[in-house]
Design a binder for this molecule. Structure first.
Ligand SMILES: *Cc1c(COP(=O)(O)O)cnc(C)c1O
Length: 569
């Protein structure tokens, strides 16, 4: 990092929007992210840096990362430490702030990481860190593990993120025009703002509240990412009080965050003027879970240059100049000659084949299609759906040879997710000799790019309506890889049957149970015959994915909408 960009003073001269997220994927190798939420946060900030939207981000340093995934000989996930050294990538912040947790004083320091762009000064990211010698050893651990620990640990992390983050921004002299909560983890920031803008008690009429709710609401934006009630953080009030005391008048907090439990999503909803879900379908689902709130829809997007393979970037540079800054130019993808497009695909595919061989020993054939599937391993994503009927799958593969590449981490406490990984390894053994299949360990951004660009078909088979958006299929579109997915999340908007990809099953509420059959039928009757039998028609679908979907489902479009509709409202 250049000296000029290494100080927060370079970023405090103009008002900014503060973006709070428990995880942010800054670079593939910095393990401060677990999956989709963190990658989306990174893509949001990369787009802000490109467009010049003045932002500053706040997250935790997570020195021990999420975890590094290995697979043992039985096909089980092994979780290894993934420590990283912030000093290698970031500069120490010149301020520390104090707060009281469990009646101890806890100092919060941190690091400045600058997310650079070809244009502008980049976006500063503050990585909060309690690992300071002045702190009690117990408190030095608070910012260490991403999504680790018990409820008390999570509360402490979220207090440090929300309350510590607001204090740190002020200590460093940032001028702020708004606060954006990326998911509910940072919602304690609203309480810090209510306290900051409270009216002095002497001016109040009897019974009048000192808290200026409209003022705080005016400042806040909230993006929810979870389509099920159970997925939202809810904390025990007694536990919160034991850790952090009474943040405000307890009656007021219950009014804002729920009577029985402190619900972080309710808190964020009640104190945000602009609230949105991450796809149209998800906004509808959220309006049902939280009736009475105006939940807008800002469908997610991915960052163009980050998610385009080198061979495809070269092709776009030549045939669609300016695409990095204006991804909507990709509507002109039809200009790309078929053979140029196919050559770029084969080059990306070879890179995946080489990496799969290196990491798993599995050999794949560049002249047969690769079906790719990678995402967090958790029950609702149904990574095992395509193996529901192994005989049927083998039968299809005898007519149209296929190969399968999969990847994904399961949260260490997600027993069902870990079981899925074991099951997939059993399938690899059962399919041996008939369908080459690899599970690549250590899913991260670099592997994601190889997979979304090197596969021929990108699969997604979640249980409706649990996929809020999904973004890996958007990354595939940037590399001309059509998606074959259940109609949930962004695919409800992105699927034009046979033009940008294909739907697994239909959109009816009862479709979940029939998805496996629908998947086999369409693979056998539509998709594989097209891949093997009609290359011009196949490349037309590749171009459809680029011109209709990459041109739209990108983070530049998403950022412009947040800027105009949420930040500048
Ligand atoms: C894009 C990405 C995800 C999210 O993918 P989904 O399709 O939304 O599940 C998760 N992990 C990594 C490493 C990614 O790059």
């Amino acid at each position: 990092m250049s000296e000029a960009a290494s100080k927060t003073e370079n970023f405090t001269h103009k008002p900014r929007v503060a973006y709070f997220s428990m995880e942010i994927a800054m670079e593939s190798d910095i393990p401060t992210y677990s999956g989709g939420l963190g990658v989306l946060a990174g893509d949001t900030l990369r787009a802000a840096a490109d467009i010049g939207v003045p932002m500053v981000a706040v997250t935790l340093v997570s020195r021990a990362g999420y975890f590094r995934q290995a697979i043992d000989p039985q096909g089980r996930q092994v979780e290894l430490a993934d420590d990283w050294d912030p000093a290698r990538y970031a500069k120490r912040l010149q301020a520390t702030v104090a707060m009281e947790l469990e009646d101890r004083q806890v100092w919060v320091g941190g690091w400045l990481y600058v997310l650079n762009s070809w244009v502008g000064d980049g976006v500063p990211i503050l990585l909060l860190d309690t690992d300071l010698p002045v702190n009690d050893p117990r408190d030095r651990e608070i910012t260490r593990y991403l999504y680790g620990g018990d409820e008390a640990y999570r509360i402490k992390q979220e207090v440090v993120l929300g309350v510590g983050g607001v204090a740190m921004l002020q200590a460093l002299g940032f001028k702020l025009m708004g606060y954006h909560m990326n998911e509910g983890h940072s919602a304690f920031l609203t309480l810090a703002l209510l306290r900051r803008y409270a009216h002095p008690s002497e001016g109040l009429r009897p019974g009048e509240s000192p808290y200026d709710l409209p003022r705080v609401r005016e400042l806040c934006t909230f993006t929810t990412h979870t389509p099920v009630e159970a997925g939202h953080d809810k904390f025990d009030y007694d536990l919160v009080r034991r850790i952090y005391g009474d943040m405000l008048d307890p009656g007021m907090v219950k009014l804002l965050a729920g009577e029985d439990k402190l619900n972080m999503t309710r808190l964020a909803l009640n104190l945000s003027e602009y609230v949105n879900g991450v796809a149209k379908r998800h906004a509808e689902t959220s309006r049902q879970i939280f009736p009475g709130y105006a939940v807008h829809a800002v469908t997610n997007g991915v960052h163009a240059s980050t998610w385009t393979s080198t061979p495809f970037s070269r092709v776009y540079d030549q045939h669609v100049p300016g695409w990095c800054h204006e991804p909507e130019l990709l509507t002109r993808a039809d200009r790309i000659p078929d053979d140029v497009l196919w050559a770029a695909h084969q080059e990306s595919k070879q890179a995946l084949i080489d990496r799969v061989r290196e990491l798993t020993g599995v050999s794949l054939n560049a002249d047969q299609p690769i079906l790719g599937f990678a995402r967090r391993m958790t029950a609702y994503k149904r990574a095992d759906l395509m193996f529901s009927d192994l005989e049927r799958l083998k039968d299809i593969a005898r007519k149209f040879p296929i190969q399968i590449v999969m990847a994904g981490k399961a949260h260490p406490n997600d027993t069902a997710g870990k079981q899925l990984i074991e099951t997939l390894h059993a399938r690899i053994r059962e399919l041996a000799g008939e369908i080459p299949m690899a599970f690549v360990p250590g899913y991260n951004m670099a592997l994601a790019l190889l997979m979304v660009s090197g596969s021929d078909l990108w699969l997604n088979t979640p249980l409706r309506p649990l996929e809020a958006s999904g973004t890996s299929g958007m990354k595939a579109a940037f590399n001309g890889v059509p998606q074959f997915s259940v109609l949930d999340g962004w695919w409800v908007e992105g699927c034009l049957e046979g033009v940008t990809g294909w739907a697994v099953g239909d959109d009816s509420p009862t479709a979940n149970g029939h998805d496996a059959m629908a998947l086999y039928d369409k693979l056998e009757q539509v998709i594989l015959p097209l891949w093997y039998g009609d290359r011009p028609a196949w490349t037309a679908v590749m171009k459809g994915a680029i011109s209709r979907n990459a041109a739209y489902f990108n983070s530049h479009r998403m950022m412009r909408r947040y800027a105009t509709e949420a930040y500048l409202r």
